[in-house]
Write a protein of this length. Structure first.
Length: 330
């Protein structure tokens, strides 16, 4: 019984600043909901992965910011341990090397995220080798912590294939070392740009609502967002409905939204009413978030102590896994 799980739910988040409301609905909220189901969970900020695009100092700077964001969005430190990946940098790096030995160059060259990146950069010959090792480093994270289930978005599925293949091959060679992690695909709701075309994204700031946006500006952005002609359901309207319902869980408000939308579909002129409601919902949500976040960052020792505890859990798991790995390779 070597290959025991240590963590039920495990995932990594990127240290990027400026989360949008679409990031919240697509990535943060599903994680917060999974955590509520009571599993023992561990979440980390993948600052070493983000060295693919950032200087170490930049990656590091955003770590605490993103932790503050996630805590203010509902991640509960009593249920979830949180650590920064680089606080166990030695273990992650060493494990990455050991696993890289069992990964072929051709397998990594076939990973679609790498292929797309190379295709879409002007100078593919300058792409760095860390990009290439990305899935192997993910395997190091997950296998070190002996994770049972890994919730990830669709974009990470190909990486998870490499992780599971590595765990199986390593076991086949050295014995029952790693428990095999299950992939839990998080269904991601698509929130569109307020400008009407494409996904809401940071790169089109006018069509995106940021969690840090000024509340008066948010209300204006929503009022000038794309609307649907009476009687017609559009992708953009559907996205607004999703946005409203995801941000406000009150069933009475959901009924109100449904009745406004059925009036709209009957041809009545109610888009103004709907937008007012949407603006109220978004502004209320952001106000609560911003208040909670300000509270959280007021005392820096609060986040320090959460990260310290998380790091000690992650380190203990990683060291005991490495002991097992070393002894199985003798
Ligand atoms: N690659 C993930 C992302 O870009 C982050 C990540 C790194 C991760 N290591 C992981 C996710 C291990 C789950 C498990 O979002």
């Amino acid at each position: 019984m070597k290959a025991e799980y240590k963590v039920e739910l495990y995932t990594g988040i990127r240290p990027t600043g400026d989360l949008t409301i679409a990031n919240y609905i697509g990535a943060v909220k599903p994680l917060v909901e999974l955590q509520k189901q009571g599993a023992k969970s561990l979440v980390f900020v993948a600052d070493m992965h983000s060295l693919t695009d950032n200087e170490p100092a930049v990656a590091n700077k955003f770590c605490r910011e993103v932790v503050a964001d996630y805590l203010a969005l509902g991640l509960d430190p009593n249920k979830t341990n949180i650590y920064i990946q680089s606080s166990i940098a030695y273990q992650v790096s060493y494990m990455t090397m050991l696993l890289a030995r069992h990964t072929s160059v051709s397998e990594l060259l076939r990973v679609p995220t790498l292929k797309d990146k190379l295709k879409n950069t002007e100078h593919p010959e300058t792409a760095n080798a860390l990009l290439f090792l990305y899935p192997v480093m993910m395997a190091a994270d997950i296998l070190l912590q002996r994770a049972k289930s890994v919730p990830v978005g669709e974009d990470q599925l190909a990486h998870m294939e490499v992780v599971r293949r590595l765990a199986r091959d390593f076991n086949a060679r050295y014995g029952d070392v790693f428990p095999i992690p299950a992939v839990q695909q998080v269904k991601s709701l698509r929130i569109l740009s307020l400008k009407g075309t494409g996904k809401m994204s940071k790169s089109v700031p006018g069509g995106a609502i940021f969690l840090t946006d000024d509340l008066a500006k948010v209300a204006k952005k929503i009022k000038s967002a794309e609307t649907a002609t009476e009687g017609v359901m559009t992708d953009s309207l559907q996205s607004h409905i999703t946005l409203a319902k995801e941000l406000c869980g009150d069933p009475a408000v959901h009924l109100n939204i449904d009745s406004i939308i059925s009036e709209h579909l009957e041809g009545k002129q109610v888009m103004g009413v709907f937008k007012d409601l949407l603006a109220t919902i978004v502004v209320d949500f952001l106000r609560q978030f911003q208040t909670r976040r300000a509270e959280i960052v007021k005392d820096p020792s609060y986040i320090d102590s959460i990260l310290k505890e998380g790091a000690s859990v992650a380190l203990a798991n990683a060291e005991s896994t490495l002991d097992l790995v070393r002894s199985s390779m003798k």
